[in-house]
Design a protein around this ligand. Structure first.
Ligand code: IMP
Ligand code: MG
Length: 214
C-alpha cells in the first residue's frame, strides 16, 4: 500500500514538469501540489483560530476559480477541529477569454437567499486578487445583505506592475485577511485558475506564455 502511494506520488511529481514541457502554452511550474497543500494547512490554522469564537463559518467560494482551493481549504479547516463550516458558492466573472480587458465591475449573480447571509460570519474565498474589483464588489453586496462580518481569503495575490488611480483607491480600502502566496504580475493557471477556460484541472500552479492570449 505504502509503496503504491509512493509510486503514485512520484508519478504526480514527474507529471507536473512533463505537462508543462509538452504543453506549449505553459511556461513553468509556479507552486507544486505539496507546497500548495502545506500553505493551505497553515492558512486553515489561522482561520480556524480566528473564527473559533463564532463556532461556525459560512464559507462562500467565488466560481469558477475558487473551486479547488475551497475544496482543500474547507477540508483543512475541518481537520483543525475548531469551527463548523457551511459551504456556499457565488458565480462572478471579470474577464473574458482574453487574459485582461479593461478594468470593470464583475458580472455577479448572487443567488444566495437573504436568510443564508443575514447575521452570518462569512469567509469569502477567491482564487486570486488581481485588481480587486471582484472581491470589493462581492464583499459590499454581502454586507448590504446583512452579513455580520465578511472576511476575505485568496490563494494568490498579484503584485501589479502598473496600477490605475482607480485600482489604487480600491486596494487601499480593501483588506484581504488571508493570502496564500504573493506572486509577480504574471498570468497563472491551474488549481482552479484558467486561461481562456483551459488548465483549471491542473493540480499545480503554472505560468503561461502570455503571447498566446493577446
Ligand atoms: P480582480 O477583480 O481584478 O481582482 O480579478 C480577479 C479575478 O480575475 C479572479 O477571480 C480570477 O478569476 C481572474 N484572474 C485574475 N488574474 C488571473 C490569473 O493570473 N489567472 C487566472 N485568473 C485570473
Ligand atoms: Mg475568479
Amino acid at each position: 500500500m505504502e509503496s503504491e502511494l509512493n509510486a503514485r506520488e512520484e508519478r504526480i511529481l514527474l507529471k507536473a514538469e512533463d505537462i508543462v514541457n509538452k504543453e506549449p502554452h505553459l511556461k513553468s511550474v509556479l507552486f507544486d501540489e505539496k507546497t500548495i497543500q502545506q500553505r493551505i494547512v497553515s492558512l486553515a490554522e489561522g482561520i480556524g483560530a480566528d473564527f473559533e469564537k463564532h463556532g461556525k463559518i459560512c464559507v462562500i467560494g467565488v466560481l469558477k476559480g475558487a473551486f479547488i482551493f475551497m475544496a482543500d481549504l474547507v477540508r483543512a479547516l475541518a481537520m483543525t477541529g475548531r469551527v463548523k463550516v457551511r459551504c456556499e458558492f457565488i458565480r462572478a466573472s471579470t474577464y473574458g477569454d482574453e487574459l485582461k480587458q479593461s478594468a470593470s465591475a464583475p458580472q455577479v449573480e448572487l443567488k444566495l437567499l437573504p436568510s443564508e447571509i443575514e447575521g452570518q460570519d462569512i469567509l469569502l474565498i477567491d482564487d486570486i486578487l488581481d485588481q480587486g474589483f471582484t472581491l470589493a464588489h462581492l464583499q459590499q453586496q454581502l454586507k448590504e445583505q446583512g452579513a455580520r462580518s465578511v472576511k476575505l481569503c485568496v490563494l494568490l495575490k498579484k503584485e501589479l506592475k502598473q496600477i490605475s488611480p482607480e485600482v489604487a483607491r480600491l486596494q487601499s480600502r480593501l483588506q484581504v485577511d488571508y493570502v496564500g502566496f504573493t506572486i509577480k504580475d504574471e498570468w497563472v493557471v491551474g488549481y482552479g485558475l484558467d486561461a481562456a477556460q483551459e488548465f483549471r484541472e491542473l493540480p499545480f500552479l503554472a505560468t503561461v506564455h502570455e503571447k498566446y492570449y493577446l
